[in-house]
Design a protein around this ligand. Structure first.
Ligand code: AMP
Ligand code: MG
Length: 496
């Protein structure tokens, strides 16, 4: 036993019936090496930094040893993948070590990803190459810093083993933290087997864990469905306003908690294009940027279907309640999106005028191929006196396309017509419009340095830079600059 305190686990999912999971220890690896520990997250979770940094901590993060109280499991689920039904999936390269409760009483899963084979691995090796681990660490933490609900990354370690993909690559394991890993596909799994008892138990578990207010509602399961839909609508609105493309919105990759999960082929757009697709496996563009809001609704309809028997004893009434909840999604999404977008432009109210201004701006950006992130940032700079002494301007690395002039005049006229001090408006805009996003070419660059040269310094620097996405300093211009044509990343890969 070590001297320093180990995490205090309290594992609620293991207390569910055994058909929800398989007990599965991680498979040991040859020679673990520490890449990074997320100290801020460890502190939030009350997990000792001293322990994480100890020899024992490393062995636990690599899956070579179990911490006391850890009851590792692989969970079962099903999914619609690219629209096609898969009746049985599950954690094929991940195990849930256990759950911890933070100082504010919030419960989190602690999961190892890339930890070896499980009964759900099918043909896979249960492992992960280093690249996808670094990508998930960077992007999930960037999303958290941008205020988007998301799974987090507590640690990344190398395994000292190779994994075979298109070539032999160094292996790694990510410690993923999430408020749960219960997916739409988890409900689908039980519903598709007509296991009503399990659907009921799972719904009660989710209410207790994520939506306690639903328990007090007149129809708790209708309230649960409505609450999941509302959170998903807000989540996708957040993705859209940031130009984030998830890339693989299968129903197993949609958490009922409303957090973003599964950073496989995800990417932030550079130049704005409404139908942008990055994922190499998304041949039909099913998960293109502009399709994300509609796909989320399609996924939620499957959740509604799985919950149907719980919504009402009467079948027609159940269908009606489910349909109403699904129909409400569109307005919830649009309200959230329109509100976020008008705030990005510093406008006081969401109305026809603000919506038209957003639409016209996006149209002009599309025609000009303007950088999505920096266009909004530059508008923030133009909206008030100056960025202020503590914030440098991005003018040296980015200028608005000339073709935006007519739009700029309309926007300025609207701002002038609205009351309110310009300095305050600008302060809010600068806080809403990031200058740093995890640009694909930077992510690729750090993956190459780590994979080919064993150099993790660029990774650490990028992670640190992305922790403060709205605070610009000219010395970090490199991280803010859009890719030159030869740096542009056209395709992203799951790399699993
Ligand atoms: P994803 O597309 O990442 O959501 O993964 C879909 C399914 O494939 C999940 O059930 C994963 O656990 C499984 N999977 C992905 N990669 C591997 C791997 N290397 N070994 C075993 N299973 C995997
Ligand atoms: Mg997945």
């Amino acid at each position: 036993m070590s001297q320093v305190s180990t995490p205090k686990f309290d594992n609620s999912y293991v207390r569910l019936p055994e058909r929800f999971y398989t007990r599965q220890a991680p498979e040991p690896v040859r020679a673990p090496g520490m890449i990074r520990i997320n100290e801020a997250l460890a502190r939030q979770l009350g997990i000792s930094l001293e322990w994480l940094n100890s020899a024992e901590g490393l062995q636990v993060l690599a899956g070579n040893q179990l911490a006391p109280g850890s009851e590792p499991i692989a969970t079962v689920y099903a999914a619609h993948q690219f629209g096609g039904w898969n009746p049985r999936l599950g954690d094929g390269r991940a195990v849930l070590l256990g759950e911890v409760v933070d100082s504010r009483g919030r419960r989190f899963d602690v999961q190892l990803k890339g930890s070896g084979r499980t009964p759900y691995s099918r043909g896979g090796d249960g492992r992960s190459p280093l690249g996808p681990v670094l990508r998930e660490y960077i992007v999930s933490e960037a999303m958290a810093a941008l205020g988007v609900p998301t799974s987090r990354s507590l640690a990344a370690v190398t395994t000292g083993e190779k994994v075979r993909r298109e070539r032999s690559l160094p292996g790694a394991i990510l410690t993923r933290v999430s408020s749960s890993h219960i997916r739409i596909g988890t409900f689908q799994y039980f519903a598709s087997r007509d296991d009503q008892e399990a659907v009921h138990i799972l719904a009660d578990h989710v209410i207790k864990r994520h939506y306690p207010a639903a328990a007090k509602a007149e129809r708790p399961y209708v309230a649960l469905l409505q609450a999941v839909i509302a959170r998903q609508a807000n989540l996708v609105a957040d993705w859209q306003q940031l130009g984030f493309i998830h890339g693989v919105m299968n129903t197993d990759n949609m958490l009922v908690s409303g957090d973003t999960v599964d950073y496989g082929p995800c990417a932030f757009m550079d130049a704005y294009h409404p139908d942008k697709v990055f994922s190499s496996i998304d041949e039909g563009g099913r998960y293109a940027y502009s399709n994300q809001p509609g796909i989320a609704q399609w996924n939620l309809a499957w959740l509604a279907r799985a919950l149907l028997p719980l919504l009402d004893e009467d079948e027609d009434a159940a269908v009606q309640a489910g349909q109403q909840a699904i129909d409400a999604y569109e307005k919830q999404y649009l309200d959230a999106y329109n509100d976020l977008m008008r705030r990005k432009l510093g406008l006081a109210r969401t109305n026809e005028k603000s919506i038209t201004l957003v639409t016209e701006l996006l149209q002009a950006m599309h025609e000009a191929g303007a950088d999505y992130t920096l266009t909004f940032r530059r508008l923030a700079e133009l909206a008030g006196p100056t960025p202020g002494p503590e914030q440098a301007s991005i003018a040296g690395i980015f200028e608005l396309p000339d073709t935006l002039q007519p739009w700029l005049e309309k926007w300025r006229a609207q701002l002038a017509a609205e009351a309110g001090p310009a300095a305050e408006r600008q302060r809010q805009m600068l806080a809403l419009n990031p200058v740093f996003i995890p640009r694909n070419h930077l992510v690729e660059e750090i993956i190459r340095a780590a994979t080919d040269k064993d150099d993790f310094e660029p990774f650490h620097q990028l992670v640190e830079r992305l922790a403060m996405p709205c605070r610009y300093d000219e010395k970090d211009a490199r991280y803010a600059t859009p890719p030159r044509p030869e740096q542009m990343v056209a395709r992203t890969f799951c790399g699993t």
